[in-house]
Every structure is written in structure tokens, then in C-alpha cells.
Design a binder for this molecule. Structure first.
Ligand code: NAD
Length: 259
């Protein structure tokens, strides 16, 4: 088992990529704390764990934008399990608009969850990981960390910020044995992408066409990469941004050709 005896926190584990990752990690032997602001979603993730999965999933309600919430989460994990090996800072939100259209409160909310959330997970999680002898910290960034799309200016800014935060954290904490990497998904079929994919007449078709792999990503595609980054197999991978987008950002010419 690739995560045997490891203790992992996953934020945003009440749905989508976080849920798929919780199930994948538990299948590889981890004790997973499925943390989400949506308590019912987190509990539903725990309930989805197959009875024969070697690991466990424990649901916990948290708000990644609130320092006290993350501090208490880490304290509770250290008290109960005595160690923290993996922190997957995955929770995120998206609000649309150019800088002209985007309400100020949406900008602030996105930065609070997407950027401050990752900062707080590091602030409280990394000391616990160092005390555990080292570990792997993974952040969900986005293909939009690299490339701009219209009408998501604030979201893109948060995802650029967490990619750079990844590098800064890797530089600071690599010497203490904590590796920090981010995953940059392209279009992935979750509640976050559903409005675009379902409400635009050709949204689904377009999202599949712009990826050279010819399909939309599934949460499990991202979970598989998160598993690798969480495991000791990626022991020399540090400070890296992992694009998982079916080749979308490598194939911008295809997108342009479609316009
Ligand atoms: P999702 O909406 O299915 O899941 C996000 C989860 O985060 C939800 O369960 C939600 O309750 C939780 N959450 C929101 N605010 C929170 C908070 N303050 N504290 C704790 N939990 C909170 O979306 P998803 O697609 O699974 O998103 C996961 C990550 O992937 C996000 O960071 C997102 O930006 C990123 N991402 C998604 C896509 C995509 O196409 N779906 C592409 C690139 C990046």
C-alpha cells in the first residue's frame, strides 16, 4: 500500500477532487481526515469508503479561511494520531467576472479561501509535519495558474498566487523534510465546473475539444496525481507545479484553431 500508516488531511474533501482523493488515499491505507466547510459533504465522503478499504476516513467540519478552525483541526489530529504526514490543501471556490464586474466581496472571499486557506494549512500543518519527521504538502492550483481565460480575473489571480506560494514553501521547508508541490488541473467534472459545462450550449464539447486527450478530466484523474505526490514515490519532487489537464495548456494552438 502506497500510504500505509500515513495520516493525511484533505480539505475540500466533501465533494469533487477532495472526495475522490480521500477515497483513493484510504484505498492505499491512509487515515484520512476529510475536512470541509460542508459537514454533510464530508460525512458523505466518509460513508462512501468501501468496507474493505484498508484505510479510514474521518469527517470533520472546518473553514480553511479561519485560523482557529485549522489550528484546532491540526491539534485534534496530533492528539488523536500523534502524527501528520500529508496535508492536501485542496478547498477552493470560484467567482466569475473581469475586474470591472467582480464584486469586491467575491475577490476577498476567493483570496480568503483559495490563498489564505493554503497559507493557514501551511502555518499550522507544516510544524506538525516537521514534528512527525517530514511529509508532503500538496496544494490544488489550476491550469489558470499559468493561463488566463476571460471573466475569471480574481480566480486566476488566486491560482497564480498559490503556485508561487508552493515554491516559497518548498524552499523554506524542504530542508526540514517537508516537500511542497501543487497540482494544476484543467477542466475537471465537479460541482465547480458544472455551471459552465452544463449551461453553455457547447461547454462540454469545447472543454473536451481543447484538451489533446479529447475529454474532460474526472476527479479521479487529479486524485491519482495527488496520491503520487503524497506518497514516498515522489520523494525527490519538490516545489513543482503538476499540470493535469489532458494537454490543454500544452495545446493552446488547438483552442485558438477552434475559435
Ligand atoms: P467542488 O466545488 O466540487 O469542491 C470544493 C469543496 O471545497 C467543496 O466541498 C466545498 O464545500 C469546499 N470548501 C469551499 N469553501 C471551503 C472552506 N472555506 N473551507 C473548507 N472547505 C471549503 O470543486 P472541485 O472542482 O473539487 O475543487 C477542488 C479544487 O480544485 C479547488 O481548489 C478548485 O479551485 C480546483 N480546480 C478545479 C477545477 C475544475 O475544473 N473542477 C479546475 C482547476 C482547479
Amino acid at each position: 500500500m502506497r500510504l500505509d500508516s500515513k495520516v493525511a488531511i484533505i480539505t475540500g474533501a466533501g465533494a469533487g477532487i477532495g472526495r475522490a482523493s480521500a477515497l483513493r488515499f484510504a484505498a492505499e491505507g491512509a487515515v484520512v481526515i476529510a475536512a470541509d466547510i460542508d459537514a454533510q459533504g464530508a460525512q458523505a465522503t466518509a460513508a462512501l469508503r468501501p468496507a474493505d478499504a484498508p484505510g479510514r476516513i474521518i469527517a470533520r467540519q472546518v473553514d480553511v479561511a479561519a485560523a482557529q478552525s485549522i489550528e484546532e483541526l491540526v491539534e485534534a489530529v496530533m492528539t488523536e494520531f500523534g502524527r501528520l504526514d500529508v496535508f492536501f490543501s485542496n478547498a477552493g471556490i470560484q467567482r466569475d467576472g473581469s475586474v470591472i464586474d467582480l464584486p469586491e466581496e467575491d475577490w476577498d472571499h476567493m483570496f480568503a479561501v483559495n490563498v489564505k486557506g493554503a497559507f493557514l494549512c501551511g502555518k499550522f500543518g507544516i510544524p506538525a509535519m516537521i514534528a512527525s519527521g517530514g511529509g508532503s504538502f500538496v496544494i490544488t492550483a489550476s491550469a489558470n495558474s499559468f493561463y488566463a481565460e476571460s471573466d475569471i480575473a480574481g480566480y486566476s489571480a488566486t491560482k497564480g498566487a498559490v503556485m508561487q506560494l508552493t515554491r516559497a514553501m518548498a524552499v523554506d521547508h524542504g530542508p526540514a523534510g517537508v516537500r511542497v508541490n501543487c497540482i494544476c488541473p484543467g477542466w475537471t467534472e465537479t460541482a465547480m465546473s458544472k455551471p459552465y459545462l452544463d449551461e453553455n450550449p457547447k461547454g462540454r464539447e469545447f472543454a473536451a475539444m481543447i484538451a489533446p486527450s479529447g475529454r474532460i478530466g474526472q476527479p479521479e484523474d487529479i486524485a491519482n496525481v495527488a496520491l503520487f505526490l503524497a506518497s514516498d514515490e515522489s520523494g525527490f519532487v519538490n516545489g513543482a507545479a503538476w499540470t493535469v489537464d489532458g494537454g490543454w495548456t500544452a495545446g493552446m494552438t488547438k483552442a485558438i484553431a477552434l475559435i
